[in-house]
Design a protein around this ligand. Structure first.
Ligand SMILES: *Cc1c(COP(=O)(O)O)cnc(C)c1O
Length: 406
């Protein structure tokens, strides 16, 4: 007898998600990723749109130099290595990329993963055990939460960016007799665009003799001098012990993650991290694209692109605020348009696509219930005209959806 009740439960769960307006539709791109894309609209028609929802902060995902580097690396190394790193999957490409990212961010060494999700899943369990403590920001990325679950260390959670609560939790961990304490935070909180207060976090960590780990996925290449991240922006890069990041956002947008830290940390992860030991080595194309993207990001062109992001973000924030939209304050190119209702966020996103602007509504469980939003992300590759077009479309979509200015 087939377990029909099992399939019935899945259908019921899907219906419940749909009834709450929480289904996440996937739009199908038909072009290269970039600030102007072609995609398939709801009725099957092809639509040209301005893309305002990619993590393509420097505009490098479709950059011809990055694409050419991926092709050249594929020609040299093949489609992939058909092996984990320690069997026969380590290529000079990997060593070069590990040296490059470590040098860029100022660490002794780094280690590559298939994704930052895997890096965060890998990092805790080999380094800490039940004698240790992890103190984690309540809004940390899902992959950090999952990684912590895989580790036996005692868990303490502090309210998002709340330094008093962080100190309370550090005191509690010390009082409970923790051997090593690791404070872990996102550098940029991706649903809000807020930066972690790493100045205070590293200061408090110093007082309680704790290590600090930062997941800088939305910052590497984007934030701080030469794009070195949030800690560099705040002048405390030398006080962060472990950084995790991704090649899937500003640094070319292919995929792949990394951990940068002191040599003994990276060496032990190479021996013990399960997503490293039991998963395929990064493909040459990803290494080639990422190396080309880092070269651009850390140089003078990167500085120009970062200045353009700052200008674009200020321009878009100003125009949207003037048009009566409620945004989270800040400077980061993540600019959430707060709408509250999940269905409104979805309907607005649908209307916006009809109007030639590609954005995505975010609702529970990605953000808390009742805090649905359209998260926009500006890129250095947007022109002021692109952004003005998008603001006009937002105003029209709000009218069509019958929502009022805030
Ligand atoms: C995007 C993101 C990740 C996951 O990165 P992938 O390389 O796509 O797996 C992890 N942490 C944070 C904070 C992110 O924003």
């Amino acid at each position: 007898m087939p377990d029909t009740a099992f399939y019935e439960r899945q259908r019921t769960a899907l219906e419940e998600i749909g009834a709450q307006g929480l289904t996440k539709p996937e739009r199908v791109l038909l072009s290269r990723q970039g600030v102007h894309v072609r995609l398939r609209g709801e009725d099957g028609r092809e639509v040209d749109a301005i893309n305002l929802c990619a993590n393509n902060y420097l505009g490098l995902a479709g950059d011809q130099r990055v694409v050419a580097a991926a092709i050249a690396a594929t020609s040299a190394g093949g489609a992939g290595f058909a092996s984990v790193r320690f069997i026969c999957g380590t290529h000079e490409f990997h060593k070069e990329l590990e040296r490059e990212i470590a040098g860029y961010l100022g660490y002794e060494d780094s280690i590559l993963f298939a994704a930052a999700f895997d890096a965060n899943g890998a990092v805790f369990e080999p380094l800490l055990d039940d004698q240790d403590a992890i103190v984690s920001d309540s809004l940390n990325h899902a992959s950090i939460i999952d990684g912590i679950r895989l580790c036996k260390a005692k868990r303490y959670r502090f309210a998002n960016n709340d330094m008093d609560d962080l100190e309370t939790q550090l005191k509690a961990a010390r009082a409970d007799g923790a051997r090593t304490i690791l404070v872990v935070t996102d550098g940029v909180f991706s649903m809000d665009g807020y930066l972690a207060n790493l100045t205070s976090i590293t200061h408090l960590a110093g007082r309680y003799q704790a290590l600090v780990m930062v997941d800088d996925c939305h910052a590497t290449g984007v934030v701080g001098p030469a794009g070195r991240g949030v800690a560099a922006l705040q002048g405390v890069a030398d006080k962060v012990d472990i950084v995790t990041g991704t090649f899937g956002k500003a640094l070319g947008g292919a995929m792949g993650g990394f951990i940068a830290a002191r040599r003994e940390v990276i060496d032990i992860l190479r021996q013990k991290a399960r997503p490293y030991l039991f998963s395929n080595a990064l493909a040459p194309s990803i290494c080639g694209a990422s190396l080309a993207a880092i070269e651009i990001a850390r140089g003078a062109e990167g500085d120009d692109l970062r200045r353009q992001i700052v200008r674009n973000a200020a321009h878009f924030r100003g125009a949207m605020t003037e048009a009566g939209f409620k945004l989270n304050p800040g400077q980061h190119p993540i600019i959430p348009v707060l709408l509250g209702d999940a269905r409104l966020a979805q309907n607005m996103a649908r209307e916006l696509l009809d109007l030639g602007v590609f954005v995505t509504g975010f609702s529970f469980p990605v953000v808390p219930k009742g805090q649905a939003r359209i998260r926009t992300q500006v890129s250095a590759a947007h022109t002021p005209a692109d952004l003005d077009f998008a603001v006009e479309a937002f105003v029209k979509a709000r009218e069509i959806c019958g929502a009022s200015a805030q």
